[in-house]
Design a protein around this ligand. Structure first.
Ligand code: PLP
Length: 373
């Protein structure tokens, strides 16, 4: 008899893809969660060189190339003044695998994982795949993650809470005092804080801080990735940073499920991390310009939208029927409920697309708004 795991039966294919498939080919896609830049040239060259020289043909160490893990440790020293041992890093197949091994290593069936709602779709799905129970907590009105809501949701069954700043789907950046709170909660309640930092470099207002800077215990796992930092989504290269004992547990999962991250991508990510960082600044400036176009445009239409401080998303409150009306008129936006129950009444827009398309999309969204109100 065919048998499917009950855990897998609880998870469905992401609603975002369904929206793309329903739209016409000429649609302007404000649904995609990836930067519209190429990977840095020096990263592509480093991978090409490694391939030409036959350096990327074999497995690497399970944790990843020592030189890559040193580059990741140096990154954390450079950006946050943190003293990370390269031994306490695992290179993963993107931030996605990083989240997976963090949850798999720390969550048992029946454990609870507190996640932001609306929040990145994988938090709920990966928690369910571990057998854990997602406990969604609503965001504040400005769409930042609320440390008080996290603390109030902690029970004896809580294994972890996930924070994500700058955030997907909101673009919200947690102020330093909240990040300090995340660390305090992890320390005081002795629960794990999984800090998803994949949008770290895309901050326009405020500043990026990591709970790893503030925590006194080892109750933090940092998840990061070259995907959004360097516009390298297709390279599938991310990492986790934590304490030796937590890394050792996560390695047990990674070792059997993945063996190692793809070797060419490890060479590319190392070059991205150690080479010139100019592209990071160019991308951030460009996203900030586009953020302003979109927020001003949506406000002119009459929509309420908290100004996102980072990433390349915004989340306006939208009237009923707006998302479908946009789709019918050729603009793809993602309904907020794809990111959790509290996302209902919102839409997520990604502005990682060219400015002409954004202006065109705003015109269409204006018409869609007029048609539904
Ligand atoms: N975390 C967040 C908040 C994301 O938005 C994404 C991708 O959209 C990821 C993690 C996964 O990124 P990666 O492409 O590195 O797997």
């Amino acid at each position: 008899m065919t048998h499917f795991s009950e855990r897998v039966e609880q998870v469905s294919i992401s609603g975002i893809r369904e929206v793309f498939e329903a739209a016409g080919e000429d649609a302007i896609n404000l649904g995609l969660g990836q930067p519209d830049f190429s990977a840095p040239t020096h990263a592509r060259e480093a991978a090409a060189e490694a391939i030409r020289e036959g350096l990327a043909d074999g497995y690497t160490e399970n944790k990843g190339l020592t030189s890559l893990r040193e580059a990741i440790a140096d990154k954390h020293a450079r950006d946050q003044g943190l003293d990370v041992d390269p031994g306490d890093v695992i290179a993963t197949a993107g931030g996605s695998e990083a989240l997976h091994i963090a949850l798999e290593a720390h969550v048992d069936a029946g454990d609870e994982v507190i996640i932001p709602d609306p929040g990145f779709v994988s938090y709920d799905a990966l928690t369910r795949l571990t057998g854990g129970t997602p406990v969604p907590v609503p965001l504040r009105d400005d769409l930042t993650i609320d440390p008080d809501a996290i603390e109030a949701a902690i029970t004896d069954d809580t294994a972890a809470f996930v924070v994500n700043s700058p955030g997907n789907p909101t673009g919200a950046v947690s102020p330093p005092e909240d990040v300090r709170e995340f660390a305090r909660i992890a320390d005081e309640h002795d629960v794990l804080c999984i800090s998803d930092e994949v949008y770290e470099y895309t901050v326009f207002d405020g500043e990026f801080r990591s709970p790893l800077e503030f925590a006194d215990s080892d109750n933090v796992v940092v998840v990061n990735s070259a995907s959004k930092l360097y516009s390298m989504t297709g390279w599938r290269l991310g990492w986790v940073v934590s304490s030796t004992r937590r890394i050792e547990r996560m390695l047990r999962v990674h070792q059997y499920a993945q063996a190692c991250a793809a070797a060419p991508s490890q060479f590319a990510a190392e070059a991205a991390l150690t080479g010139p960082q100019d592209q990071v600044g160019e991308m951030t400036e460009s996203f900030e310009r586009r953020r302003d176009i979109v927020v001003d445009g949506l406000t002119d239409i009459g929509l309420d939208v908290p100004t996102p401080g980072g990433a390349f998303y915004c989340m306006p409150e939208v009237p009923e029927g707006f998302v479908d009306e946009c789709l019918d008129r050729g603009v793809i936006v993602v309904p907020g409920e794809a990111f959790g129950e509290h996302g209902k009444g919102y839409a997520r827009l990604s502005y990682a697309t060219d400015e002409d398309s954004l202006h065109e999309a705003l015109d269409v969204m204006g018409e869609a708004y007029d048609a539904v109100v």
